[in-house]
Design a protein around this ligand. Structure first.
Ligand code: HEM
Length: 142
């Protein structure tokens, strides 16, 4: 009798999320991407509405997004280890998120990926996943 759960790892279905973390380049590359994302949010006038929703210091946001994305991309689940289930939508309810905020988040991350020279095929795949996650975070019409 074959139990798929006990198949050796090399026979497992490929895990696209795990591949994403490795393809990106692991922990240091992810931290560089997150840092560029928040640097751009701070610097670029086009992301001003998004920046305004955040605290004056972005230090804790940098750490939390880094820890979250580590697990989300298939690497070590650093966020869950520290805080438990992310409850991402609930945690965003205190912030008024409409189309402009959603789009700025996605564009800011797209720019950060381009500047960090994330492989274009991987960037396109992540862009889609970010866009649908960001859309799910909307809590205000318009
Ligand atoms: C849709 C537009 C979005 C807006 C306007 C937004 C805004 C924010 C703000 C203002 C915070 C609080 C930061 C702080 O602690 O100072 C936050 C936290 C966070 N965001 Fe977003 N966010 C968006 C989308 C996303 C997406 C797409 C992801 C993941 C892919 C994400 C992941 C996180 C995480 C992990 C935290 C930390 C949660 C916690 O533990 O408190 N956000 N976000």
């Amino acid at each position: 009798m074959t139990n798929p759960a006990s198949a050796p790892p090399e026979h497992a279905e490929p895990d696209p999320a795990a591949t994403a973390y490795r393809q990106l380049g692991g922990a240091a590359a992810l931290r560089a991407l997150v840092d560029r994302f928040y640097d751009l949010m701070d610097l670029e006038p086009g992301y001003a509405e998004l920046r305004r929703l955040h605290a004056p210091s972005l230090d804790s946001a940098r750490d939390k997004l880094n820890w979250f994305l580590s697990g989300w991309l298939g690497g070590p689940d650093l966020y869950v280890t520290r805080f438990g289930h992310p409850r991402l939508r609930a945690r965003h309810l205190p912030f008024s998120i409409g189309i402009a905020e959603r789009d700025q988040w996605v564009l800011c991350m797209r720019q950060a990926m381009a500047e960090c020279q994330v492989d274009p095929a991987l960037a396109a795949r992540l862009d889609q996943a970010f866009a649908s996650t960001a859309d799910w975070m909307r809590n205000r019409p318009g």
